[in-house]
Design a protein around this ligand. Sequence first.
Ligand code: NOJ
Length: 572
Amino acid sequence: MTIKFMTILLAGRRSAFLYSFLLSLSLFGCKQKPEVKETPIPDRWYRNSIIYNLDVDSYQDSDGDGIGDFKGLISRLPYLESLGVKVIWLSPFQPTPDRDDGYDVSDYYGIDKRLGSMEDFERFMKAANAHDIKIVMDMVLNHTSIDHPWFQAARADSSGKLRSRYVWSNTQPKDYDKGMAFEGVQTETWTYDEIAKRYYFHRFYDFQPDLNYRNKAVQLEAIKILAYWTKKGILGFRLDAVPFIIDVPEDGADKPSHLYGVLDSLVRGAKQANPEVLLLGEANVETKENVAYFGTKGERLSMMFNFYANQFLFYSLSKEEPSSFVKALEDTRSKPGASQWAFFLRNHDEIDLGRLSKRQRETVYDDMGPEPNMQLYNRGIRRRLAPMLHNDAKLKMAYSLLYSLPGTPVIRSGEEIGMGDDLTLRERLSVRTPMQWDTTANAGFTTAKKAFRQVISLGDYGYKKINVQLEQKDSGSILNHIKKVIDLRKKCPEIGTSTWTSIATGDRHVMGLEYQPGSGRLIVLHNFSAEPAQVNLALSAKATDLYNNKSLAAGKQTIQLVPYGAAWIRED
Ligand code: NOJ
């Protein structure tokens, strides 16, 4: 085994920065970057939140009909609290024909009756509050379901008032088959409607017509919806498909211009309902556009998922070298005002690798999703993380990294126990199988003979092997590891609130981040490779490696990292 060794002298913050900067020039061939001047970051409740995303229908069934519901979810709140979760992001739960797993809403003010009643929802909100858990909901404002009464009225309304809530064209636009969100499955973005005798625009599937946000009435209705749920105790919204809410499709579906004023008016409306509201945007945009979505003073989206860094993280994990990921973090460093990144590993969709070069994407495909059935939309992989990484130690390292990144960490239900995927299910449903609680039939998800979506029962990821109950008892499980890193994150609030520097570790397989709060540095190291590594540090004070539970004296220290090892070193 090769042991990589390089001396790094980190004595005091300024020389540490200078030294690491010089090293990064020589070791990684980076271009000189100007020192980033950052003003103190205003604190917000979500900057250090531990967010957990779940879909009520696949979490816990309480009444034996095979579908998860709010009552079932209430019964699992103690579990979520014990995990350390502070915020639940609920996937869409409003009435829906469910052709896109709830992202096709047919009534913005109701509860999908498969999941329970409004009273059940309100009971859930109270129960979550009693467990000190805040609730964020998915808000799908770009489009409605084709079954929504607005669309039904719009297609029938030849006078135009109701029709103009959606986007129409009298003739088939030249680019009717461009700009699809689901390439390879969706064939067009403009579809002819027999009733309206016109084409309507849909960025996503043809049963999800885009709303027209140039219409003030639509903007006002959206604000009313946000205010309605805020009154019910919702503290934040995961805003679905933000770039498409504000695009102008007639410019061409491929490169539309954006109406940021619409975003301003939605944000203003939501903040009027609650000034503390979290607006978490799904906006997978080019890095140069980020600031426009955050607002130059952080006045627009409070938080955005860092899709850009996510793709390079997967490339780095495949290559076992963090440099591309570190560069992506640098490229997305700008976060004006109080705005914040949300980091994640996998979510409920395919992992989107569309911003990697073809060669980089092939590297990730070869390593993590080599079969055509594992890939989706000509850009991504439709697998869960555990099978993608196919290595327990690497998986644990990836989660340690996630909770140490300069933003708010988000995980999807099932990730905490390392669930697998079901590639017999269509498109993204492969990663949305029901939660695996125990070894009883249907994994304890439902007492019904048949779950609404099949539980994974075969192979290494079947519920008999992978479930909450077993992992709770196993000190080496992913579940207990996630608990540990959540706990570590809570002990290190500087991660979400202070500035950071990437430090050169002297080993191209080891990533180093340093946080510089008012006092006491925090240095986090992650070894991306299957080889052991060591990093020399000069500590300016006595320190503790919180990850490995070790005390370290001030002065020169050699930190040993096992394969895929990590260290979280906090100076006193
Ligand atoms: C993004 C969501 O994450 C995805 O699941 C959904 O299909 C589309 N937006 C359309 O709402």
